[in-house]
Write a protein that binds this ligand. Structure first.
Ligand code: HEM
Length: 414
């Protein structure tokens, strides 16, 4: 069976014009969960939905080597990190990340998050007005450093936090936003290389079990320490994505603003209400539009031929809004998660499949826990006011955020 085909010599300009909606719109137009296109100068297969996600995460069929464009590595990921590895080498590196996610370490993370929120709120009360988005990113970065046992001087806090934010903000960008991300990565890698070196030379003694310790002393399958550059990249693979949770905190605040009945429920609700709210924020709001992998060898799936080496894009945003999987996908409704039958492939804001065996985000529990504590603070511990502002977010900008950066004023503790 032929895969529906989007005409055109190269459709990159349409992708840039349509952003998050590019793949979902064509799945709808072709009435097919799979179609072919030409993007970034190459033949590409785009697909979405639960079955597509399942095949995308089949490691025998897909590999990550050569999937991420250089511009993403130069800004968001870095080179040599876990994202681009395959097979046994990937599994071994992934174990390092998953070993950091123990119940004890997550409980410590919740404590750190509470403590850092309290410090931040004391500080916010002195400010006349501020961007919740910016302040959340700085706050998340502080949480990340404390949890990772990474030392942070007050004088470097803002620059380093802005560097994390710039790497995140660069991932779908061309032009100045991309270059800012690249410069931020160069500065950050220099910093984390130095930290790893300090640990290895005995000048610094992070606690065992913390990311700085475990990454510095991690040995590869040949029993060798990671080279300095790779260790630096992996340490940033902890600090940067925790900073990125600031975007979800902002979207959570936006949801409370746009759907005030959900805020009331959060304020009086229990842990289950918080969990459902957090899941709905992760489902509803756009973060990453799609993921890429390359076909490992020729195979047939659903009657379609996949040719070795082809780049395949999995529609992350569209799968989380797929009408075949979600009732009223465009409605923000946390209760949908009450009796939701989750499979590893039907809810994929941070990737799908298995955390240990595949590429699914290592920080999914960290994200959920940090968001739960953060939203509890926003609803139960503080009051704030908002002025008239443009809270719309673009579906073309990747990653996106409310245009006004969510300005708040008169923050008070309850
Ligand atoms: C804003 C919240 C986050 C979002 C939206 C997010 C999203 C993602 C996505 C889409 C992937 C790729 C999955 C794939 O390739 O199949 C990923 C991978 C990854 N994430 Fe996250 N993530 C977040 C937070 C975190 C946190 C807090 C951490 C660490 C503490 C983290 C660490 C990682 C790592 C190490 C990988 C690579 C996994 C692998 O290749 O095996 N992420 N994330």
């Amino acid at each position: 069976m032929a895969i529906p085909h989007e005409q055109g010599l190269d459709n990159t300009h349409k992708l840039l014009l349509e952003g998050f909606d590019y793949i979902p719109k064509r799945r709808w137009k072709f009435q097919s969960d799979i179609f072919r296109s030409r993007l970034l100068g190459q033949k590409v297969v785009c697909m979405g939905g639960e079955e597509a996600a399942e095949v995308f995460y089949n490691e025998e069929k897909f590999k990550r080597k050569g999937a991420a464009p250089n511009r993403i590595k130069e800004s968001l990921f870095g080179k040599g990190g876990v994202q681009g590895l395959d097979g046994a080498v990937h599994k071994h590196r992934k174990e390092l990340f998953m070993s950091l996610m123990t119940p004890e370490r997550l409980s410590e993370l919740r404590e750190t998050t509470r403590k850092q929120w309290q410090i931040a709120v004391d500080n916010w009360q002195k400010k006349r007005k501020m961007s919740l988005f910016h302040e959340s990113e700085v706050l998340m970065f502080r949480i990340a450093c404390e949890w990772a046992d990474v030392p942070l001087f007050a004088s470097e806090l803002n620059q380093r936090a802005c560097d994390m934010a710039a790497m995140i903000d660069a991932f779908g960008a061309v032009g100045p936003r991309h270059w800012k991300g690249r410069m931020a990565r160069n500065r950050s890698e220099k910093w984390t290389r130095n930290l790893i070196q300090q640990v290895r030379s005995g000048k610094r003694h992070p606690r065992e079990g913390t990311p700085l310790y475990e990454i510095a002393w991690h040995r590869d399958l040949n029993g060798k320490l990671l080279d300095l550059q790779t260790a630096a990249v992996e340490l940033l693979n902890i600090l940067r994505p925790i900073t990125a949770i600031g975007r979800y905190v902002t979207f959570g605040a936006l949801a409370m603003h746009d759907f005030p009945e959900t805020k009331a429920k959060l304020r009086t609700g229990d842990d289950e209400d918080s969990r459902m709210f957090v899941q709905e924020v992760r489902r509803y709001y756009p973060f990453g539009p799609f993921l890429g992998a390359r076909v490992r060898y020729n195979f047939k799936w659903g009657g379609h031929h996949f040719k070795k080496g082809t780049l395949v894009l999995l529609d992350v945003y569209g799968t989380n809004h797929d009408p075949n999987l979600w009732i009223d996908p465009e409605v923000f409704r946390p209760e949908r998660f009450k009796d939701w039958k989750e499979s590893p492939f039907n809810f994929i804001p941070q990737g799908g499949g298995d955390h240990d065996m595949g590429h699914r985000c290592a920080g999914e529990w960290v994200t959920i826990e940090v968001m739960k504590v953060s939203l509890e603070f926003l609803t139960k511990q503080i009051d704030y006011k908002m002025s008239q502002q443009n809270l719309n977010y673009s579906m073309v900008r990747i990653p996106t955020l409310p245009k006004s950066r969510f300005m708040i004023r008169e923050v008070t503790s309850k």
